[in-house]
Design a protein around this ligand. Structure first.
Ligand SMILES: Cc1cc2nc3c(=O)[nH]c(=O)nc-3n(C[C@H](O)[C@H](O)[C@H](O)COP(=O)(O)OP(=O)(O)OC[C@H]3O[C@@H](n4cnc5c(N)ncnc54)[C@H](O)[C@@H]3O)c2cc1C
Length: 443
C-alpha cells in the first residue's frame, strides 16, 4: 500500500483513449483531491523509482497520457476556486463542458475554444488545444497562473510574471501535475455563425484573406472532390438576440445529418473503399447553408459521435494553400480513399515555449481517418501527409498522432532547449516520463 494520507486508491483498470489509438494498464490508479495529496503520491513514486501520469478525458490521440506505473485521475479535483475580475481559477480536472455553467453567474466566458468540450482544462492546455482565429492563441495562451506539483513533490504557484509559466502553461504533462489553473476570461459574448458550401478551390484561395478579416474562420475539404464546407463566426454582444435554427434543431441536424449519416457513410467507405470518392461527392453536394446566433460555447462546440484518428500540423499561415495543393494531389492519385474531411484553421503567434504557434502566425491542417478504416492504410496516409507538412517546417499537435522525435522538434521549436532546461529543474528524476515524452523530448 502507498503511505499516502487521505488519498483514495481507485480500482486498477485497463485504460484506452477516445480514439482507441493508445492504452495501458497502470499499476495503481489514484484519485487525489488536493495538491498536498498529489505531492504525497509524487514523492512516494520518486522514492521508489516509479512514475506518475495524470490522465484527463483521454481525448489525445497520441500516447502522451499513457501511464506505466501510477495513473492519476483528477475527477475529484474539479470546479471553481475563485473569480477575480476576469481571472478565473479552476481545479485542473474541470471539464471544459463544466466551465460555462461555472462562469455564467459572473457574466464571463472563455476567449476561444476548439471543436469539442469533453477535455479537462489541464489536459487541453497541456497539449496546446486550439480553435481558430488570427487574433487568438490556443487555450494555453489564456493561462495567467498555475499551481503545479513538481517531480520533487514541491507545490509551486506561478503567476504571469514568472518566466516558467511560459513552459508550464503548455507543459505536455512533463513538468508536473497541474492542480489549479488561472484563466483570463472575457465578458460573455455571442457568435453569429455563417456556414455553407463552396468549391474547395475558392475556400483555399480565400483562406488567408478571410482569417485576416474575420474573428473565427475555418473550412473542411472533402477528399477526392472539389467541395468544401466554410464556417465563419463573428463575435457579437449579448444584446444581439439568439436566432436561427434552435440548438435542439441544430443538434438534431448534426446528429442525423452529420453524426449518424457520417457514421453510415464511413462504414460503407471502410467496407468498400472504392465508393469513397462518390460518397464524398454526394455528401459535399448535400451540404446546405445556415446562419444563426448563439452563445459562444453553443457555436464553438459540436458533438463528435463518430470515432476517428487524427493528425494535425501547424505550419506558417502563408504556406497553407501550397501544402493543401500537395495533399490534394496525393489524394487525387487515389493512393488512399479517405472519407473524413480535412480541417483547416488558423491561430495567432504566441510566446509559449512549446506552443505549435510559438513565435509564428500559424495555419493548422488536420487529417482524419475513420476508426474502423484499415489501420495500416490510415498510418500510411498520415505518414505521406506528415512528409508533406514536415517539408513546410510543420509542428505536430502534441495530442494528435505523429512520428516526430526530439531531433526534428528541436529544429522547428526555437525554445525547445529552454523547455528542456525547465524540465530538468521541475522533474530532475523524470517521475512524469513515459515513452512518448522520451521520444519527443529526447530523454
Ligand atoms: C473529438 C476530439 C476533438 C478534438 N478537437 C480539438 C480541437 O478542436 N483543437 C485541438 O487543438 N485539439 C482537439 N482535440 C485534441 C484534444 O483537445 C487534446 O488532445 C487534449 O489534450 C485532450 O484533453 P484531455 O483532458 O482528454 O487530456 P488527456 O488526453 O487525457 O491528456 C493529455 C495530456 O495532458 C496531461 N495532463 C492532463 N491533466 C494534467 C494535469 N492536471 N497536470 C499535468 N498534466 C496533465 C496528460 O498527462 C497528457 O500528457 C480533440 C480531440 C478529440 C478526441
Amino acid at each position: 500500500m502507498l503511505p499516502v494520507r487521505g488519498t483514495t486508491a481507485l480500482p486498477t483498470h485497463t485504460w484506452r483513449n477516445w480514439g482507441g489509438t493508445a492504452g495501458c494498464t497502470p499499476n495503481r490508479v489514484m484519485g487525489p483531491s488536493s495538491a498536498a495529496e498529489i505531492a504525497d503520491i509524487v514523492r512516494d513514486a520518486a522514492a521508489r523509482g516509479g512514475t506518475v501520469k495524470t490522465v484527463g478525458a483521454g481525448h489525445s490521440f497520441s500516447p502522451i497520457a499513457v501511464a506505466d506505473d501510477v495513473q492519476l485521475d483528477l475527477s475529484r479535483l474539479r470546479g471553481l476556486v475563485q473569480v477575480d475580475g476576469h481571472r478565473v481559477t479552476l481545479r485542473a480536472g474541470t471539464h471544459l463542458y463544466e466551465i460555462p455553467g461555472l462562469l455564467a453567474p459572473f457574466g464571463l466566458a472563455m476567449t476561444n475554444l476548439g471543436d469539442v468540450d469533453r477535455q479537462t482544462i489541464a489536459g487541453a492546455t497541456s497539449t496546446g488545444t486550439h480553435g481558430t482565429g488570427l487574433a487568438f492563441g490556443g487555450i494555453s495562451t489564456q493561462i495567467v497562473g498555475a499551481t503545479v506539483v513538481t517531480g520533487t513533490g514541491d507545490i509551486v504557484t506561478l503567476t504571469s510574471d514568472d518566466a516558467d509559466l511560459r513552459a508550464v502553461a503548455l507543459g505536455l504533462g512533463a513538468l508536473g501535475v497541474v492542480a489549479e489553473l488561472t484563466v483570463e476570461c472575457v465578458d460573455e459574448f455571442r457568435l453569429h455563425a455563417v456556414e455553407g458550401p463552396e468549391t474547395a478551390d475558392a475556400a483555399i484561395a480565400a483562406f488567408g484573406e478571410r482569417v485576416e478579416n474575420s474573428d473565427h474562420h475555418e473550412f473542411y475539404l472533402f477528399p477526392h472532390t472539389n467541395c468544401a464546407l466554410v464556417k465563419t463566426n463573428t463575435r457579437v454582444g449579448t444584446d444581439v438576440p439568439v436566432n436561427g435554427p434552435s440548438r435542439i434543431k441544430r443538434y438534431i441536424d448534426d446528429e442525423l445529418l452529420s453524426n449518424k449519416a457520417l457514421r453510415l457513410l464511413c462504414e460503407v467507405g471502410a467496407r468498400v473503399p472504392r465508393l469513397v470518392p462518390a460518397i464524398n461527392g454526394v455528401t459535399g453536394r448535400a451540404l446546405s447553408a445556415r446562419e444563426f446566433t448563439d452563445s459562444s460555447t453553443g457555436v464553438f462546440v459540436s458533438d463528435r459521435d463518430v470515432r476517428f484518428r487524427e493528425m494535425e500540423y501547424a505550419i506558417d499561415l502563408d504556406a497553407v494553400p501550397e501544402a493543401l495543393r500537395e495533399i490534394r494531389a496525393l489524394l487525387d492519385r487515389r493512393e488512399y480513399l479517405v472519407s473524413f474531411p480535412i480541417e483547416v484553421r488558423a491561430a495567432a503567434a504566441d510566446d509559449l515555449m512549446l506552443s505549435t504557434a510559438s513565435g509564428r502566425t500559424s495555419g493548422y491542417i488536420a487529417v482524419h481517418r475513420y476508426h474502423r478504416d484499415d489501420p495500416a492504410d490510415s498510418d500510411a496516409y498520415f505518414a505521406d501527409v506528415e512528409a508533406i507538412l514536415t517539408g513546410f517546417g510543420g509542428r505536430p499537435h502534441w495530442g494528435k498522432m505523429h512520428t516526430r522525435d526530439a531531433e526534428y522538434l528541436r529544429g522547428v521549436y526555437p525554445r525547445f532547449d529552454e523547455f528542456r532546461s525547465v524540465r530538468d529543474r521541475y522533474d530532475p528524476s523524470r517521475v512524469f516520463a513515459n515513452d512518448y515524452l522520451r521520444r519527443v523530448l529526447g530523454d
